[in-house]
Ligand binder design. Structure first.
Ligand code: AKG
Ligand code: FE2
Length: 307
């Protein structure tokens, strides 16, 4: 039993934290895990679902109705499961062009390199390789507008080249989002992942669990990415798991706040080239040609990225 001074210090620290941001403190994270069945957090779920419903009510899609009806079933599947993968929606020459340009930038202007990953992200990526926005072709936009019930903005973007990580390094902890987790963002957001090179299972694909499976795992006691090793074998064998393998141009859309997901570790000598876009519904028409800020971040992450 801690002594009374330690106890009163802990109580003071707890009260201060609770007063400044009550929804991130006990009991809210525990309530959120049970009520929502994910690890994204209380605010991210509560405000995210209000945001999502409000935008759906007031949204104005801009793609033609005929195109949206073609992808209607895919959008329904995305809403039900939180995941959607397509292997031939983005043209090969578009991804080849993006990949070439990104590698040129990485070669001349090394951004953030570790032994295991090269990164290019945010405005730096958007401005030096504006071709990345070509991924948003009419079919992709139609699916996303059908899902959101209206327009959307692209709030962030990241390119990652991931390489093999030796076992002894992996034992020391997580290297690049390779433990099962939920992103702590508003549940109204989606991530769109794109493969820039062909990828097999040994290349370290992104894996995601659908919403019903994530709920079962989290309500069954998975509380943190820090406990990943204990739970990993059970989660890996879950039939609700999808893995992002396929030719360059394969896309995977994931509600990363509601779905547990992780990066894979490439086998020795293998690597993965991959893009991520973070998307949120907006009140106006879709703008998928540049990065844009969104107010929901103010209520859920404490910051608004202004582009
Ligand atoms: O690299 C991946 O496949 C997943 C990345 C991820 O989940 C994250 O950055 O939050
Ligand atoms: Fe993530």
């Amino acid at each position: 039993m801690p002594d009374p001074i330690t106890l009163s210090k802990r109580a003071a620290a707890f009260s201060k934290g609770f007063a400044s941001d009550p929804l991130t403190h006990w009991p809210f994270p525990t309530i959120a895990r049970q009520a929502y069945g994910n690890l994204a957090g209380f605010r991210q779920n509560l405000y995210g679902s209000v945001h999502e419903s409000y935008r759906r009510l007031t949204g104005r899609p801009t793609t033609p109705e005929s195109l949206r009806s073609e992808v209607h079933e895919d959008a329904r599947k995305l809403r039900r499961t939180g995941t959607f993968m397509a292997r031939d929606w983005v043209e090969r020459d578009v991804v080849d062009q993006i990949e070439r340009r990104i590698l040129e930038v990485l070669n001349t202007d090394a951004i953030l390199h570790s032994d295991y990953m090269s990164l290019l992200e945010g405005e730096k990526l958007a401005q030096s390789v504006p071709e990345i926005f070509k991924v948003f072709n009419p079919k992709v936009v139609a699916l996303l507008e059908s899902y959101f019930g209206g327009g959307f903005v692209v709030n962030s973007t990241t390119f990652r080249l991931t390489r093999h990580v030796p076992d002894e390094v992996r034992k020391q902890g997580e290297i690049y989002s390779d433990h099962w987790h939920n992103d702590s963002i508003a549940t109204s957001g989606l991530s769109l992942f794109v493969l820039l090179k062909d990828l097999d299972l040994d290349g370290g694909p992104t894996a995601a669990l659908d919403i019903p499976s994530t709920r079962a795992v989290v309500r069954g006691g998975y509380t943190s990415r820090g406990h990943d090793s204990v739970a990993r074998s059970g989660i890996e064998a879950n039939p609700g798991k999808v893995e992002m393998t396929g030719p360059a141009g394969t896309i995977l859309i994931v509600n990363v706040a509601r779905c547990l997901h992780r990066a894979g570790i490439p086998a020795p000598g293998k690597e993965r080239e991959w893009l991520q876009f973070r998307l949120y519904p907006c009140s106006g028409p879709t703008d998928a040609s540049r990065l844009r800020g969104t107010k929901i971040l103010k209520y859920t992450n404490g910051i608004v990225q202004d582009y």
